[in-house]
Design a protein around this ligand. Structure first.
Ligand code: ADP
Ligand code: MG
Length: 439
Protein backbone atom coordinates (compact mmCIF):
# COMPACT_ATOMS: atom_id res chain seq x y z
CA UNK A 1 0.00 0.00 0.00
CA UNK A 2 1.31 3.43 -0.83
CA UNK A 3 1.92 5.82 1.97
CA UNK A 4 3.05 8.96 0.19
CA UNK A 5 0.53 11.73 -0.25
CA UNK A 6 -0.25 12.96 -3.73
CA UNK A 7 2.54 15.43 -4.46
CA UNK A 8 1.17 17.96 -6.80
CA UNK A 9 -2.31 19.20 -6.12
CA UNK A 10 -3.23 21.86 -8.59
CA UNK A 11 -5.19 24.99 -7.77
CA UNK A 12 -8.50 24.54 -6.04
CA UNK A 13 -11.74 26.28 -6.74
CA UNK A 14 -12.90 28.96 -4.40
CA UNK A 15 -11.34 29.93 -1.14
CA UNK A 16 -12.06 28.62 2.34
CA UNK A 17 -13.99 31.84 2.94
CA UNK A 18 -16.17 31.42 -0.10
CA UNK A 19 -17.03 27.91 1.04
CA UNK A 20 -17.91 29.02 4.50
CA UNK A 21 -20.20 31.64 3.07
CA UNK A 22 -21.82 29.09 0.77
CA UNK A 23 -22.72 26.41 3.22
CA UNK A 24 -25.77 25.39 1.24
CA UNK A 25 -23.70 24.79 -1.83
CA UNK A 26 -20.88 22.81 -0.36
CA UNK A 27 -21.17 19.95 -2.80
CA UNK A 28 -19.97 22.10 -5.65
CA UNK A 29 -17.76 24.44 -3.72
CA UNK A 30 -15.95 21.60 -2.04
CA UNK A 31 -14.90 19.82 -5.18
CA UNK A 32 -11.28 19.50 -6.00
CA UNK A 33 -10.79 20.30 -9.64
CA UNK A 34 -8.33 17.71 -10.75
CA UNK A 35 -9.51 15.54 -13.59
CA UNK A 36 -9.18 11.84 -12.83
CA UNK A 37 -6.14 11.51 -15.06
CA UNK A 38 -4.53 14.67 -13.70
CA UNK A 39 -4.99 13.44 -10.16
CA UNK A 40 -3.45 10.18 -11.18
CA UNK A 41 -0.43 11.69 -12.88
CA UNK A 42 0.15 14.21 -10.16
CA UNK A 43 0.37 11.58 -7.50
CA UNK A 44 1.73 8.36 -8.87
CA UNK A 45 3.32 6.69 -11.79
CA UNK A 46 0.51 4.90 -13.59
CA UNK A 47 1.66 1.42 -12.66
CA UNK A 48 1.83 2.41 -8.99
CA UNK A 49 -1.83 3.34 -8.75
CA UNK A 50 -3.61 1.42 -6.03
CA UNK A 51 -6.48 -0.71 -7.28
CA UNK A 52 -8.54 0.56 -4.44
CA UNK A 53 -9.53 4.22 -4.79
CA UNK A 54 -11.37 4.61 -1.48
CA UNK A 55 -10.82 2.53 1.62
CA UNK A 56 -12.38 2.69 5.07
CA UNK A 57 -10.34 0.86 7.69
CA UNK A 58 -11.91 0.06 11.04
CA UNK A 59 -13.85 3.32 11.04
CA UNK A 60 -15.89 4.26 14.11
CA UNK A 61 -18.17 7.26 14.01
CA UNK A 62 -20.22 8.39 16.99
CA UNK A 63 -22.66 11.24 17.33
CA UNK A 64 -22.63 11.87 21.07
CA UNK A 65 -23.46 8.48 22.59
CA UNK A 66 -24.91 7.14 19.37
CA UNK A 67 -22.70 4.82 17.34
CA UNK A 68 -23.46 5.48 13.68
CA UNK A 69 -20.59 3.28 12.39
CA UNK A 70 -18.67 0.62 14.25
CA UNK A 71 -15.39 -0.90 13.12
CA UNK A 72 -16.43 -0.37 9.54
CA UNK A 73 -14.07 -1.51 6.79
CA UNK A 74 -14.72 -1.39 3.06
CA UNK A 75 -12.64 -1.13 -0.10
CA UNK A 76 -13.93 0.52 -3.24
CA UNK A 77 -12.21 -0.43 -6.49
CA UNK A 78 -11.11 2.10 -9.08
CA UNK A 79 -13.90 2.65 -11.60
CA UNK A 80 -16.43 0.40 -9.90
CA UNK A 81 -20.10 1.05 -9.20
CA UNK A 82 -20.51 0.21 -5.54
CA UNK A 83 -23.86 0.53 -3.80
CA UNK A 84 -24.35 1.00 -0.08
CA UNK A 85 -27.65 -0.68 0.72
CA UNK A 86 -29.35 -0.59 4.09
CA UNK A 87 -32.42 0.56 5.96
CA UNK A 88 -32.93 4.12 7.08
CA UNK A 89 -30.52 5.06 9.88
CA UNK A 90 -28.04 2.27 9.11
CA UNK A 91 -25.18 4.72 8.45
CA UNK A 92 -25.10 5.11 4.66
CA UNK A 93 -25.05 8.91 4.56
CA UNK A 94 -22.47 8.93 7.35
CA UNK A 95 -20.15 6.84 5.18
CA UNK A 96 -20.49 9.28 2.28
CA UNK A 97 -19.92 12.28 4.55
CA UNK A 98 -16.77 10.69 5.95
CA UNK A 99 -15.43 9.93 2.48
CA UNK A 100 -16.29 13.44 1.29
CA UNK A 101 -14.55 14.91 4.33
CA UNK A 102 -17.59 16.63 5.88
CA UNK A 103 -17.16 14.46 8.97
CA UNK A 104 -14.14 12.97 10.72
CA UNK A 105 -14.19 9.52 12.32
CA UNK A 106 -13.36 9.09 16.03
CA UNK A 107 -11.11 6.19 15.11
CA UNK A 108 -10.04 4.24 12.07
CA UNK A 109 -8.77 5.56 8.80
CA UNK A 110 -10.06 6.68 5.43
CA UNK A 111 -7.71 6.34 2.49
CA UNK A 112 -8.20 7.91 -0.89
CA UNK A 113 -5.87 6.67 -3.60
CA UNK A 114 -3.99 4.80 -0.92
CA UNK A 115 -3.26 7.92 1.15
CA UNK A 116 -4.65 8.90 4.53
CA UNK A 117 -7.37 11.45 3.77
CA UNK A 118 -7.64 12.89 7.28
CA UNK A 119 -5.49 15.98 6.58
CA UNK A 120 -7.39 16.70 3.36
CA UNK A 121 -10.33 19.10 3.50
CA UNK A 122 -13.33 18.19 1.33
CA UNK A 123 -12.24 20.37 -1.57
CA UNK A 124 -8.96 18.52 -1.90
CA UNK A 125 -10.36 14.99 -2.00
CA UNK A 126 -11.28 14.78 -5.70
CA UNK A 127 -14.67 13.55 -4.60
CA UNK A 128 -18.03 15.09 -5.35
CA UNK A 129 -21.51 14.49 -3.95
CA UNK A 130 -24.99 14.45 -5.46
CA UNK A 131 -27.66 14.81 -2.81
CA UNK A 132 -31.15 13.42 -2.71
CA UNK A 133 -32.67 16.88 -2.78
CA UNK A 134 -30.27 18.16 -5.41
CA UNK A 135 -29.34 21.42 -3.59
CA UNK A 136 -29.42 23.45 -6.81
CA UNK A 137 -28.89 27.20 -6.63
CA UNK A 138 -32.45 28.52 -6.96
CA UNK A 139 -31.37 31.95 -8.21
CA UNK A 140 -29.14 30.59 -10.99
CA UNK A 141 -30.36 29.16 -14.27
CA UNK A 142 -29.38 25.71 -15.48
CA UNK A 143 -26.31 26.94 -17.33
CA UNK A 144 -25.00 28.91 -14.35
CA UNK A 145 -25.75 26.08 -11.94
CA UNK A 146 -23.57 23.74 -13.96
CA UNK A 147 -20.96 26.41 -14.70
CA UNK A 148 -20.60 27.49 -11.09
CA UNK A 149 -17.64 25.31 -10.17
CA UNK A 150 -15.81 26.17 -13.38
CA UNK A 151 -16.39 29.89 -12.86
CA UNK A 152 -14.86 29.58 -9.39
CA UNK A 153 -11.82 28.18 -11.16
CA UNK A 154 -11.64 31.21 -13.43
CA UNK A 155 -11.62 29.14 -16.57
CA UNK A 156 -11.95 31.06 -19.86
CA UNK A 157 -15.60 31.75 -20.70
CA UNK A 158 -15.43 29.80 -23.95
CA UNK A 159 -14.01 26.77 -22.21
CA UNK A 160 -16.75 26.96 -19.57
CA UNK A 161 -19.47 27.23 -22.23
CA UNK A 162 -18.03 24.26 -24.08
CA UNK A 163 -17.84 22.03 -21.03
CA UNK A 164 -21.27 23.00 -19.73
CA UNK A 165 -22.88 22.35 -23.13
CA UNK A 166 -21.21 19.01 -23.46
CA UNK A 167 -22.35 17.97 -19.97
CA UNK A 168 -25.91 19.14 -20.60
CA UNK A 169 -25.91 17.09 -23.77
CA UNK A 170 -24.65 14.09 -21.87
CA UNK A 171 -27.50 14.30 -19.36
CA UNK A 172 -29.93 15.07 -22.19
CA UNK A 173 -30.83 18.60 -21.18
CA UNK A 174 -29.83 20.70 -24.18
CA UNK A 175 -32.08 23.68 -24.80
CA UNK A 176 -32.87 24.07 -21.06
CA UNK A 177 -29.88 26.31 -20.28
CA UNK A 178 -31.97 29.38 -19.44
CA UNK A 179 -34.51 27.73 -17.16
CA UNK A 180 -34.44 28.16 -13.40
CA UNK A 181 -34.72 25.17 -11.04
CA UNK A 182 -38.36 25.92 -10.23
CA UNK A 183 -39.15 25.69 -13.96
CA UNK A 184 -37.84 22.12 -14.17
CA UNK A 185 -39.39 18.73 -13.43
CA UNK A 186 -37.93 16.52 -10.71
CA UNK A 187 -36.07 14.43 -13.27
CA UNK A 188 -34.62 17.50 -14.96
CA UNK A 189 -33.46 18.94 -11.65
CA UNK A 190 -31.80 15.62 -10.91
CA UNK A 191 -29.96 15.79 -14.22
CA UNK A 192 -28.76 19.34 -13.52
CA UNK A 193 -27.43 18.19 -10.14
CA UNK A 194 -25.61 15.36 -11.88
CA UNK A 195 -24.19 17.62 -14.57
CA UNK A 196 -23.04 20.05 -11.90
CA UNK A 197 -21.28 17.28 -10.02
CA UNK A 198 -19.72 15.81 -13.15
CA UNK A 199 -18.52 18.98 -14.83
CA UNK A 200 -15.53 19.11 -12.50
CA UNK A 201 -14.63 15.54 -13.40
CA UNK A 202 -14.14 14.12 -9.92
CA UNK A 203 -12.42 10.76 -9.57
CA UNK A 204 -15.18 9.58 -7.24
CA UNK A 205 -18.84 10.52 -7.34
CA UNK A 206 -20.88 10.01 -4.18
CA UNK A 207 -24.61 9.73 -4.78
CA UNK A 208 -26.91 9.84 -1.76
CA UNK A 209 -30.28 8.35 -2.75
CA UNK A 210 -30.25 10.58 -5.82
CA UNK A 211 -33.31 8.96 -7.38
CA UNK A 212 -35.44 8.90 -4.25
CA UNK A 213 -37.69 11.77 -5.28
CA UNK A 214 -38.46 10.53 -8.77
CA UNK A 215 -41.49 8.58 -9.90
CA UNK A 216 -41.07 4.94 -10.83
CA UNK A 217 -40.73 5.35 -14.58
CA UNK A 218 -38.26 8.21 -14.42
CA UNK A 219 -36.37 6.40 -11.74
CA UNK A 220 -35.89 3.36 -13.93
CA UNK A 221 -34.83 5.55 -16.83
CA UNK A 222 -32.31 7.42 -14.66
CA UNK A 223 -30.95 4.13 -13.30
CA UNK A 224 -30.03 3.05 -16.81
CA UNK A 225 -28.65 6.47 -17.70
CA UNK A 226 -26.51 6.69 -14.59
CA UNK A 227 -25.08 3.29 -15.34
CA UNK A 228 -24.32 4.27 -18.90
CA UNK A 229 -22.72 7.53 -17.78
CA UNK A 230 -20.49 5.70 -15.37
CA UNK A 231 -19.38 3.29 -18.07
CA UNK A 232 -18.61 6.17 -20.39
CA UNK A 233 -16.72 8.32 -17.91
CA UNK A 234 -14.90 5.63 -15.96
CA UNK A 235 -15.54 7.50 -12.70
CA UNK A 236 -15.94 5.51 -9.49
CA UNK A 237 -19.52 5.68 -8.20
CA UNK A 238 -20.47 5.15 -4.58
CA UNK A 239 -24.24 5.04 -4.68
CA UNK A 240 -26.59 4.95 -1.70
CA UNK A 241 -30.05 3.43 -1.72
CA UNK A 242 -32.43 1.58 0.57
CA UNK A 243 -34.08 -0.14 -2.41
CA UNK A 244 -32.73 -3.62 -3.16
CA UNK A 245 -34.13 -3.63 -6.68
CA UNK A 246 -32.33 -0.41 -7.50
CA UNK A 247 -29.12 -1.79 -6.00
CA UNK A 248 -29.37 -4.94 -8.12
CA UNK A 249 -30.03 -3.07 -11.34
CA UNK A 250 -27.14 -0.67 -10.95
CA UNK A 251 -24.25 -2.13 -9.05
CA UNK A 252 -21.07 -4.04 -9.71
CA UNK A 253 -20.96 -4.76 -5.99
CA UNK A 254 -23.39 -4.22 -3.15
CA UNK A 255 -22.40 -3.52 0.45
CA UNK A 256 -25.28 -4.31 2.82
CA UNK A 257 -25.22 -2.24 6.01
CA UNK A 258 -27.10 -2.89 9.22
CA UNK A 259 -26.82 -0.70 12.33
CA UNK A 260 -23.50 0.78 11.25
CA UNK A 261 -21.92 -2.58 10.44
CA UNK A 262 -21.08 -4.21 7.15
CA UNK A 263 -23.14 -7.40 6.87
CA UNK A 264 -21.98 -8.50 3.43
CA UNK A 265 -20.21 -7.09 0.43
CA UNK A 266 -20.00 -8.78 -2.95
CA UNK A 267 -21.14 -8.83 -6.55
CA UNK A 268 -24.84 -8.08 -7.00
CA UNK A 269 -25.62 -11.65 -8.09
CA UNK A 270 -23.89 -13.06 -5.03
CA UNK A 271 -25.65 -10.76 -2.57
CA UNK A 272 -28.94 -11.76 -4.13
CA UNK A 273 -28.27 -15.46 -4.65
CA UNK A 274 -26.23 -16.24 -1.55
CA UNK A 275 -27.09 -13.81 1.23
CA UNK A 276 -24.84 -14.64 4.17
CA UNK A 277 -27.08 -13.57 7.05
CA UNK A 278 -30.84 -13.59 7.68
CA UNK A 279 -30.73 -9.80 7.67
CA UNK A 280 -29.20 -9.70 4.19
CA UNK A 281 -31.58 -12.43 3.02
CA UNK A 282 -34.60 -10.49 4.22
CA UNK A 283 -33.29 -7.23 2.88
CA UNK A 284 -32.64 -8.86 -0.49
CA UNK A 285 -36.26 -9.92 -0.64
CA UNK A 286 -36.39 -13.42 0.91
CA UNK A 287 -39.88 -13.59 2.39
CA UNK A 288 -40.27 -17.08 3.85
CA UNK A 289 -38.39 -18.40 6.88
CA UNK A 290 -38.82 -21.62 8.91
CA UNK A 291 -37.27 -22.25 12.32
CA UNK A 292 -35.71 -25.71 11.98
CA UNK A 293 -33.10 -28.01 13.49
CA UNK A 294 -30.64 -30.19 11.68
CA UNK A 295 -31.46 -33.93 11.60
CA UNK A 296 -28.84 -35.54 9.37
CA UNK A 297 -26.64 -35.31 6.31
CA UNK A 298 -26.68 -37.62 3.32
CA UNK A 299 -25.51 -37.46 -0.27
CA UNK A 300 -28.93 -35.99 -1.11
CA UNK A 301 -28.33 -33.03 1.17
CA UNK A 302 -29.08 -31.98 4.73
CA UNK A 303 -32.36 -32.98 6.34
CA UNK A 304 -34.09 -30.58 8.75
CA UNK A 305 -37.20 -30.74 10.84
CA UNK A 306 -39.52 -27.80 11.36
CA UNK A 307 -41.26 -27.10 14.65
CA UNK A 308 -44.42 -28.64 13.21
CA UNK A 309 -42.58 -31.84 12.26
CA UNK A 310 -42.16 -31.38 8.51
CA UNK A 311 -38.99 -32.51 6.85
CA UNK A 312 -37.16 -29.91 4.79
CA UNK A 313 -33.96 -30.26 2.77
CA UNK A 314 -31.08 -28.06 1.75
CA UNK A 315 -27.99 -28.72 -0.28
CA UNK A 316 -25.69 -26.06 1.11
CA UNK A 317 -25.32 -26.72 4.81
CA UNK A 318 -23.19 -29.83 5.18
CA UNK A 319 -21.06 -28.10 7.82
CA UNK A 320 -23.99 -27.72 10.22
CA UNK A 321 -23.85 -30.07 13.21
CA UNK A 322 -26.75 -32.40 13.95
CA UNK A 323 -29.26 -31.03 16.41
CA UNK A 324 -28.27 -27.43 15.71
CA UNK A 325 -31.02 -24.86 15.44
CA UNK A 326 -31.20 -22.88 12.21
CA UNK A 327 -33.47 -20.75 10.11
CA UNK A 328 -34.29 -22.02 6.64
CA UNK A 329 -35.28 -19.34 4.16
CA UNK A 330 -36.76 -19.63 0.70
CA UNK A 331 -37.61 -16.99 -1.88
CA UNK A 332 -41.21 -16.59 -2.96
CA UNK A 333 -40.21 -17.11 -6.59
CA UNK A 334 -38.30 -20.33 -5.79
CA UNK A 335 -41.50 -22.04 -4.61
CA UNK A 336 -44.00 -23.79 -6.85
CA UNK A 337 -47.68 -23.89 -6.09
CA UNK A 338 -49.65 -26.94 -7.19
CA UNK A 339 -53.13 -28.30 -6.54
CA UNK A 340 -52.01 -31.91 -6.24
CA UNK A 341 -49.14 -33.22 -4.16
CA UNK A 342 -46.04 -33.10 -6.34
CA UNK A 343 -44.43 -36.49 -7.13
CA UNK A 344 -40.76 -35.91 -6.62
CA UNK A 345 -38.08 -37.98 -8.32
CA UNK A 346 -36.03 -38.16 -5.14
CA UNK A 347 -36.63 -38.23 -1.43
CA UNK A 348 -34.96 -34.88 -0.96
CA UNK A 349 -37.75 -32.51 -1.81
CA UNK A 350 -39.52 -29.80 0.11
CA UNK A 351 -43.30 -30.10 0.11
CA UNK A 352 -45.57 -28.14 2.42
CA UNK A 353 -49.39 -28.29 2.27
CA UNK A 354 -51.48 -25.21 2.95
CA UNK A 355 -54.50 -23.13 2.12
CA UNK A 356 -54.58 -20.02 -0.04
CA UNK A 357 -55.62 -16.94 1.93
CA UNK A 358 -54.88 -14.35 -0.72
CA UNK A 359 -54.26 -14.41 -4.47
CA UNK A 360 -53.08 -11.23 -6.11
CA UNK A 361 -52.68 -10.39 -9.76
CA UNK A 362 -49.48 -8.34 -10.15
CA UNK A 363 -49.45 -7.87 -13.90
CA UNK A 364 -46.71 -10.12 -15.20
CA UNK A 365 -46.90 -12.39 -12.16
CA UNK A 366 -49.20 -13.65 -9.44
CA UNK A 367 -48.62 -13.70 -5.73
CA UNK A 368 -50.29 -16.08 -3.34
CA UNK A 369 -50.29 -15.97 0.42
CA UNK A 370 -50.68 -19.48 1.78
CA UNK A 371 -51.41 -20.41 5.39
CA UNK A 372 -49.66 -23.59 6.45
CA UNK A 373 -50.61 -25.94 9.30
CA UNK A 374 -48.51 -24.10 11.88
CA UNK A 375 -50.60 -21.01 11.19
CA UNK A 376 -47.74 -19.19 9.52
CA UNK A 377 -48.15 -17.58 6.15
CA UNK A 378 -45.86 -18.12 3.21
CA UNK A 379 -45.63 -16.11 0.05
CA UNK A 380 -45.31 -17.69 -3.40
CA UNK A 381 -44.80 -15.72 -6.55
CA UNK A 382 -44.94 -17.03 -10.09
CA UNK A 383 -44.77 -15.73 -13.61
CA UNK A 384 -48.18 -16.08 -15.24
CA UNK A 385 -46.82 -18.59 -17.72
CA UNK A 386 -44.87 -20.66 -15.18
CA UNK A 387 -47.75 -21.01 -12.74
CA UNK A 388 -50.47 -21.44 -15.31
CA UNK A 389 -53.11 -22.43 -12.80
CA UNK A 390 -56.62 -21.19 -13.34
CA UNK A 391 -57.13 -18.27 -10.98
CA UNK A 392 -60.47 -19.55 -9.70
CA UNK A 393 -58.87 -22.81 -8.51
CA UNK A 394 -56.22 -20.98 -6.54
CA UNK A 395 -58.44 -18.35 -4.97
CA UNK A 396 -58.76 -18.03 -1.17
CA UNK A 397 -59.79 -21.29 0.45
CA UNK A 398 -58.07 -23.52 -2.15
CA UNK A 399 -56.02 -26.40 -0.74
CA UNK A 400 -52.57 -26.33 -2.34
CA UNK A 401 -49.01 -27.64 -2.03
CA UNK A 402 -45.87 -25.56 -1.98
CA UNK A 403 -42.65 -27.19 -3.12
CA UNK A 404 -39.08 -26.19 -3.90
CA UNK A 405 -35.73 -27.75 -4.69
CA UNK A 406 -33.25 -28.31 -1.84
CA UNK A 407 -30.64 -26.12 -3.52
CA UNK A 408 -33.01 -23.15 -3.20
CA UNK A 409 -33.06 -23.42 0.61
CA UNK A 410 -30.96 -20.80 2.43
CA UNK A 411 -29.84 -21.98 5.86
CA UNK A 412 -28.61 -19.80 8.74
CA UNK A 413 -27.43 -21.36 12.00
CA UNK A 414 -29.16 -19.56 14.86
CA UNK A 415 -26.14 -19.45 17.13
CA UNK A 416 -23.59 -19.64 14.37
CA UNK A 417 -21.12 -17.01 13.41
CA UNK A 418 -23.06 -15.34 10.69
CA UNK A 419 -26.37 -14.14 12.13
CA UNK A 420 -25.94 -10.75 13.76
CA UNK A 421 -29.52 -10.17 14.78
CA UNK A 422 -32.18 -12.64 15.85
CA UNK A 423 -33.37 -14.29 12.66
CA UNK A 424 -36.88 -13.43 11.62
CA UNK A 425 -39.50 -16.12 11.91
CA UNK A 426 -42.06 -16.94 9.30
CA UNK A 427 -44.65 -15.36 11.56
CA UNK A 428 -42.81 -12.06 11.33
CA UNK A 429 -42.79 -12.33 7.59
CA UNK A 430 -46.45 -12.10 6.86
CA UNK A 431 -46.82 -11.16 3.29
CA UNK A 432 -44.45 -9.38 1.00
CA UNK A 433 -42.35 -6.53 2.26
CA UNK A 434 -40.69 -4.28 -0.16
CA UNK A 435 -37.38 -3.02 1.05
CA UNK A 436 -38.40 0.38 -0.24
CA UNK A 437 -41.11 0.48 2.36
CA UNK A 438 -38.56 0.30 5.10
CA UNK A 439 -36.20 3.03 4.09
P1 ADP B 1 -28.79 6.50 6.67
O1 ADP B 1 -28.20 7.42 5.67
O2 ADP B 1 -28.42 5.07 6.44
O3 ADP B 1 -30.26 6.66 6.79
P2 ADP B 1 -27.28 8.09 8.55
O4 ADP B 1 -25.87 7.84 8.19
O5 ADP B 1 -27.87 9.37 8.13
O6 ADP B 1 -28.18 6.86 8.11
O7 ADP B 1 -27.43 8.00 10.13
C1 ADP B 1 -26.94 6.92 10.89
C2 ADP B 1 -27.34 7.14 12.34
O8 ADP B 1 -26.64 8.27 12.86
C3 ADP B 1 -28.81 7.45 12.53
O9 ADP B 1 -29.25 6.82 13.70
C4 ADP B 1 -28.87 8.95 12.64
O10 ADP B 1 -29.96 9.33 13.44
C5 ADP B 1 -27.56 9.25 13.32
N1 ADP B 1 -27.03 10.57 12.91
C6 ADP B 1 -26.68 10.94 11.67
N2 ADP B 1 -26.21 12.21 11.64
C7 ADP B 1 -26.29 12.66 12.91
C8 ADP B 1 -25.96 13.89 13.54
N3 ADP B 1 -25.43 14.91 12.86
N4 ADP B 1 -26.16 13.99 14.87
C9 ADP B 1 -26.67 12.95 15.59
N5 ADP B 1 -27.00 11.76 15.06
C10 ADP B 1 -26.81 11.61 13.74
MG1 MG C 1 -29.17 8.80 4.39
Amino acid sequence: MLSSAPRNHKSQIGSRESQNSLLLFFDVASTMILKPHEAVESAYELEELPQCIVELRGVCKRYGEHKALEDFSLEVGRGEFLTLLGPSGSGKTTILRLVAGFEQPQSGQILINGCDASPLPPYRRNVNTVFQHYALFPHLNVFRNVAFGLEQKNLPRQEIAKRVRSLLEMVELPGKEDRYPHQLSGGERQRVALARALVLEPAVLLLDEPLGALDQKLRQQMQVELKRLRERLGITFIFVTHDQQEALVMSDRIAVINHGRLEQVGPAEETYGAPRTPFVAEFMGVENFFPVHCLSHSDQGTRFETETGWTLWSRNSMELERGFAAVLGVRSEAMRLTLGRPRPSSEAVNVVPGEVVEAIFEGGSRRWTVRIASGERLVVRGAMAANALPLERTSPGAKVYLSWEPDRSLVYPVNGESPQSPPPTAAENLGPQSSAARG
